[in-house]
Ligand binder design. Structure first.
Ligand code: UGA
Ligand code: MN
Length: 275
């Protein structure tokens, strides 16, 4: 691998829920295949969780593990500026480490799905690059519109008077481009306007935007979302079998809760017709 190529700074905000551990397992194993990158995994909580620390240690990717909880005033609002605290912490981390090697910043949500070609492609970003993201909204796609190699507009199912009606997964930025005017590098805590506010702060002219993914004709990132589900609370009595340890393993990932009262999980013994 060419060590002179730009580093990828992949920023992932994450928060505790049932799907968190499986989703980060998938993402970490995608990123394992990406050379020359640093993964900034930033939790929406006050202390780094041990289960994520051990996931990071296992995954053999250079990483930074931080916390940056959502400010308390948003905990009570119906719509929340998700991941904004964490992305701002990552931006500050980059800006306050001028010794970092040249590279490209990309905001990779923990539930999105990435084609490895995306990471190869965004490494080329000189200023700000943009590209399609699939499974977005009712139309199934968000993308820049490209004519003669230039971004001339956007498709999205919601424009909302935004100058840059793009999703978080639809752009990447060369970190050099951030350092021109560090005072303007911030993501606003404004639901729906996080990307627009951030890009308005840094993009100087339309021609700075570089269309990627073969002229925005390929989809190499998907806005997937796991269906939210309730935490089942299961009786962890396992007698002398594997079940007690299995359930406690699963509990440590936050996927089930356990109790010692109530009925256990039904077991189908061998040589019986279980219905
Ligand atoms: C869309 C965009 O793709 C997000 O990048 C954007 O932050 C979000 O809308 C928004 O503006 O609210 P969506 O799938 O609706 O994404 O949001 P989530 O995937 O639920 O959250 C985005 C990121 O923030 C995820 O990495 C998630 O783990 C994190 N998050 C979410 C938190 O850190 N705290 C929360 O309370 C919720
Ligand atoms: Mn999402």
């Amino acid at each position: 691998m060419n060590q002179n190529q730009p580093v990828l700074y992949i920023v992932t905000p994450t928060f505790a829920r049932r799907e968190q551990f499986p989703e980060l397992t998938r993402l970490s194993q995608t990123l394992f295949h990406v050379p020359h990158m640093i993964w900034l995994l930033i939790e929406d909580t006050s202390e780094c969780s041990p289960i994520l620390s051990s996931l990071l240690e296992r995954c053999q990717i250079p990483y930074v593990h931080m916390v940056a909880p959502m400010p308390a005033q948003f905990l009570v609002t119906a719509k929340k500026p998700r991941g904004v605290s964490q992305r701002n912490a990552a931006l500050q981390w980059i800006l306050t480490h001028p010794e970092l090697p040249e590279g490209v910043l990309y905001f990779a949500d923990d539930d999105n799905t990435f084609d490895l070609r995306l990471f190869k492609d965004i490494r080329k970003t000189q200023k700000v690059s943009m590209f399609p993201i699939g499974l977005m909204g009712e139309t199934g796609i968000n993308s820049p519109v490209v004519r003669n190699g230039q971004v001339v507009g956007f498709i999205s199912d919601w424009f909302g008077k935004r100058k840059f009606p793009v999703d978080m997964g639809e752009f990447a930025v060369n970190i050099r481009y951030l350092t021109y005017n560090p005072a303007k590098v911030a993501m606003p805590f404004m639901v729906g306007y996080e990307e627009d506010g951030f890009l308005r702060g840094i993009v100087k002219k339309w021609s700075d935007i570089e269309p990627l993914a073969e002229g925005c004709t390929k989809v190499w990132v998907w806005h997937t979302t796991a269906e939210e589900s309730l935490l089942p609370v299961i009786n962890s009595r396992g007698g002398d079998s594997n079940l007690r340890d299995l359930l406690s393993e699963l509990e440590s990932t936050g996927v089930v809760g356990t109790t010692v009262t109530g009925p256990g999980i039904p077991v189908c013994p061998m040589d019986s017709d279980c219905i």
